[in-house]
Design a protein around this ligand. Sequence first.
Ligand code: FAD
Length: 461
Amino acid sequence: MKKEKIAIIGSGPGGYVAAIRASQLGADVTVIEEEAIGGTCLNHGCIPTKSLLASAELFNSLKEAEEFGVCAGEIKADFAKMMERKSRVVDNLSDGIKMIFKKRGIKLINGRGALISPGRIRVVSSLGVEEVNASKILITTGSKPTALPSLDFKQPGILSSKDTLSLERLPKSILIIGGGAIGLEFACFFNALGTSVTIVEMMDQLLPNEDKRISRQMAQILKKRGIKILLKTRVKDIVSQSNEGVTCLLENGDEVSAEKLILSIGRKPNSQGMGLEDIGVHIDKRGSISVNNKMETNVTGIYAAGDVTGGMLLAHVASAEGIIAVENALGIASQIDYSTIPRCVYTFPEIASVGQTTDEALISGKKIKTGRFPFSASGKALIMDQTVGSVHLVVEERTDRIIGGQIIGPHATELIHEIALAIRSGITAKELSVTIHAHPSLSESIMEAAHSVYKKAIHIL
Ligand code: FAD
């Protein structure tokens, strides 16, 4: 039987995961990538940032080692070695994807792809120009960082997240514009290593999409560590800049200076210059490719997934969408479900949430009950000496079903998946509370939060 031909432009978590699923489903798959395999996530996003955070976390833990009866001697952070390790982790994972592609016979072309017509792609590379033909095309070209009129990444001292990940020297001071997940993760990393950090955020809270209480608590934790946070503050202009330092004028008239400035105010879809408008693919005002819940664009045979379609700019969302896209392209009817997407911030402590927050549930008109359990009452958290934070559950009053959960505290980004599964499976707070959890474990805090919905938590009054 003749294999269906699929071409995928972009090899980030949207594209490469889709390629593997399409190949598992028997398609003849070609992936076109202009930079490194793995996209933003693997090369300049999720993986390198978390690798650096793992180094910083270990450094922090070693500073506390004596508390655990461990004498570690003189502790020193070696920024260059942390960066080297980060690159090794990235290389390791990218070799893994290349090996899977090879074993599966997925063709990888290194070049820039643009559509000539539905079914035809022109690829420009250092080797010249070639044409790729495929009955189905998936666009997973991701996103790029947004700049400001007064600040752009070509100016000296102004860094994108990608530039930050290739710094050769630890800066003495950093000014971070944007208090979202990326900004806060960099803030924690540099603060742990002794860099003086200032965060400027135009909204009235850090992590503007997160639960207000959690974001307030995070702000307090960061301030206690010496990080300066300026909320409801905008940058108006640059006063001076060079490779030695940057000074910004804020809208309130104050000036802030730092050796480096990280601009992390959001990302915009990579949908330009690919001939999409010419062949009639609908792109919205923000530049995102419009898709339905099967990841189909308005042009038959052309699908899009990941950051380029807007929505939640997360790697696991891109991968899930990529899988849905190729399944539909290969005749398997599947639809994306956004109701249980975990949102994780890998700060110290971590923050993770899924489903609705209390405010979102109330705004949507639902009557709710809530549960809460602090890690200060958890045996395992005390053993780990990480007692800051808590688990929150949002429960629909009428059905007793769990509809949301937020965690701030140790391993929040791992723990959140139990709540995600509970929401997806329609589990009630009662059912969660009677599910016996191992002791001592951090997961017990989720069970206790479910008990607390009925004022029956064991370890709190
Ligand atoms: P991308 O990963 O951006 O991949 C798109 C690929 O397409 C790129 O390789 C690009 O070179 C290629 N491309 C673009 N145009 C063309 C063309 N015309 N021809 C050929 N190739 C092309 N998300 C999380 O879930 N967890 C995290 O912890 C996390 N941390 C992050 C940290 C940082 C600093 C950043 C910047 C992002 C982070 N993200 C995180 C977001 C995550 O990286 C993205 O959501 C994810 O990479 C999107 O995947 P994608 O496949 O849509 O696009």
